[in-house]
Design a protein around this ligand. Structure first.
Ligand SMILES: [Fe+2]
Length: 194
């Protein structure tokens, strides 16, 4: 986190919640004059007030500090529009059905944008009995490897984790139409319609 909350953020969020300065002040146990000072850059809320302030404004502390908040009208809308987040520090993989503010290892993670397979990141799908054998012919070293594969349909997610010491291959039942996502730790997320 490289920025602290600003007065403009507090004012914008307060107004979007249709709260007066006095109403917000009462919710967090300060005076309306104090809220007024924050909003006009004559003071900043003590860090101990961030939690109650975020709660009063109906958002998370991360959103409060980033100056933006995310609302999903219907998070179950369509899994085909799901998002993946990967932490660049620990490699954690996070899946979300809708927009979200996702943080790991102190870093706010952007939703990954998937690209079409390129020459270095092709994917081979072969039918084997009632399943599919899926392989990604890609280096699998500690520095450069495919870290996961996911098959997403409108109502289902299947995810397979890969490790540098193994091959990027697995057997899956690809039932229905959907997307195969796979992630290279150096080149990002790829997506293939199946
Ligand atoms: Fe790669």
């Amino acid at each position: 986190m490289n920025t602290y909350i600003t007065g403009t953020t507090i004012k914008t969020l307060r107004e979007s919640q249709k709260l007066t300065q006095a109403e917000l002040a009462e919710r967090i146990g300060v005076s309306s004059k104090t809220v007024s000072k924050w909003e006009t850059a004559k003071g900043l809320p003590d860090i101990s007030l961030l939690q109650p302030l975020a709660q009063a404004l109906g958002i998370s502390i991360i959103e409060l500090m980033n100056g933006e908040y995310i609302t999903n009208k219907n998070i179950s809308a369509n899994m085909l529009r799901c998002k993946f987040y990967v932490c660049p520090i620990c490699g954690n993989v996070i899946h979300s059905m809708g927009d979200a503010v996702v943080s790991c290892c102190g870093v706010t993670l952007p939703a990954l944008e998937a690209e079409d397979p390129d020459d270095l990141h092709g994917i081979i799908i072969e039918k084997v009995e009632d399943e599919h054998f899926i392989s990604i012919p890609h280096p699998m070293t500690k520095q450069h490897f495919i870290s996961f594969l996911a098959f997403v349909t409108t109502d289902r997610l299947q995810m397979v984790k890969f490790y540098p010491e193994g091959n990027a291959e697995t057997r899956l039942q690809l039932r229905g139409r959907g997307y195969l996502y796979y992630y290279c730790n150096q080149h990002g997320l790829f997506k293939k319609k199946v």
